[in-house]
Ligand binder design. Structure first.
Ligand code: ARG
Length: 464
């Protein structure tokens, strides 16, 4: 493929009689594409050419050849030449490249032999897997595929929230209200309804919280019956989530979640102790982060229990040992930004700065409804992400029946367009700002959804 950078360097070299290979190294990409496609810093040649940057810039601008249709326009700003490439040539080159490389267009091997660990989705078992976990699943899934496309070995980790007080709540709730729910046909839904009810009633009745704690303690102490229930809930939840992952085409290489690290925290705690990083503070064991303007990272609470941060430190160390990663990405909401800053800083303080610098939190905003209210916080909202995806598929089916009733493969196209529209809505919104979830916008057939629809219909026509 035509290399614009090389060609521009050659043309500049022709004007000022310097070596094109040397000049190519100076060419930059402007921070803002409105400024141009490439930028050339003339001030870097001032000494060598014994001219002012402005004179050099004017000389190049006036004498550069445009007959090869590489350069279209040049602006001079602050010692820089801002260069715009010829759009017709660019279009031609890109289309030729796509035609030649087909599905491989844009791929590369820059990641060869490098491991990228991507922590995404990570729903909390025994709590509803609702739309709140859509963004991490979609954004993480896109990163997983992009890194693969660039030749990296992508490792998708679904760090399930499969340990914690929520299990105590569910177990206590089941013991209180089991008879009021249908456990034969709708077990998981009943469990989730009990969890939601427990959280509501607990606000008025603090004794419920105590009850949940003692159930969770049973689990932590390894009570056989409690562990059996825990395992069962984890299993039926995961079976259910897998239906959503299938619809979204999400891939994971590991489902090791918080519970997996439950009995693997001692080494990291010992290491923190040996490195004299753990300090006592109000009965808790913490790593002081004053020097970084952060609150301390609590590793062991005053009650002697470990926390989310302890497990994340243990799992991060495990990822270093297992994958020797080139990058570790955590796709988790904005609200956990401080948590990850603390974890990465503790890792650095432990002496693993070369790994700490390869860790990155990829945050995102909430999903809200048209009124700006967090979705899932009001009653009546779906507790399963799968239901929302199926709703989208059904809505697309209705549209197809109105607009294109004769279409072949209606089911398949409705599924692809319905799920595609939700994914597109997510990825086309700002990652950081809150995302508005509005069916009219998602399934607006005047906009991008129609593009997705058309692509699938065309693909389908080709196949038949
Ligand atoms: N389960 C957590 C939540 O839903 C997210 C876990 C993210 N990953 C991690 N390694 N902490 O809030």
């Amino acid at each position: 493929m035509l290399d614009f950078k090389k060609e521009i360097a050659k043309e500049i070299a022709d004007v000022i009689n310097l070596d094109a290979n040397e000049l190519e190294k100076y060419i930059e990409i402007p921070p803002n594409r409105d400024l141009g496609d490439y930028a050339f810093p003339c001030f870097r040649l001032a000494k060598q050419l014994k001219e002012s940057p402005l004179i050099i810039a004017n000389n190049i601008k006036e004498n550069i050849k445009t007959d090869k249709n590489i350069v279209e326009k040049i602006d001079i700003i602050g010692g820089y030449l801002n260069i715009f490439v010829n759009k017709q040539t660019l279009t031609k080159v890109v289309l030729q490249d796509i035609a030649k490389n087909k599905e491989k267009y844009g791929s590369s091997n820059i990641g060869e032999e490098k491991n990228v660990v991507i922590d995404y989705s990570a729903p909390n078992i025994a709590k509803p897997f609702h739309i709140g976990h859509l963004r991490t699943t979609v954004i993480g899934g896109a990163l997983y595929k992009i890194y693969k496309f660039l030749g990296y070995n992508s490792i998708g980790i679904n760090y399930l929230g499969d340990w914690g007080l929520q299990f105590g709540k569910v177990m206590a709730g089941i013991s209180l209200w089991k008879d009021e729910y249908d456990f034969t046909t709708n077990e998981l839904e009943s469990i989730l309804k009990i969890y939601i009810r427990f959280n509501q009633e607990e606000k008025e009745k603090p004794e419920l919280t105590e009850m949940a704690r003692s159930y969770f303690k049973k689990l932590e102490d390894g009570d056989e019956q409690a562990l059996k229930t825990w395992e069962h809930i984890r299993e039926i939840s995961l079976d259910n989530y897998k239906k959503t992952y299938q619809l979204l085409n999400s891939k994971f290489d590991s489902y090791n979640g918080e519970a997996y690290y439950n009995d693997k925290m001692e080494p990291i705690i010992n290491e923190l102790k040996e490195k004299e990083l753990l300090k006592e503070s109000q009965g808790a064991q913490v790593v002081n982060l004053d020097a970084y303007n952060m609150p301390p990272c609590i590793v062991i609470t005053s009650a002697g229990t470990t926390v989310y941060a302890t497990r994340d430190l243990a799992s991060l160390k495990d990822r270093i040992n297992k994958y020797n990663f080139d990058k570790a990405i955590y796709v988790v909401g904005n609200e956990q930004s401080l948590h990850f800053k603390q974890i990465f800083t503790v890792l650095e303080l432990m002496g693993y700065e070369n790994y700490a610098s390869k860790c990155e939190h990829v945050p995102f905003g909430l999903i809200v409804d048209k009124e700006g209210e967090k979705i899932g916080s009001r009653k009546g909202n779906s507790i399963f992400l799968e239901d929302i995806l199926n709703e989208s598929i059904d809505k697309v089916k209705d549209i197809i029946n109105q607009k294109n009733p004769e279409l072949e493969n209606k089911e398949e196209i409705a599924r692809k367009v319905g799920v595609g529209a939700i994914i597109f809505n997510d990825l086309s919104n700002s990652r950081i700002k809150d995302e508005i979830f509005d069916w009219d916008m998602i399934l607006n057939f005047q906009g991008e959804t129609r593009t997705i629809y058309t692509i699938y219909i065309c693909k389908n026509k080709k196949l038949t």
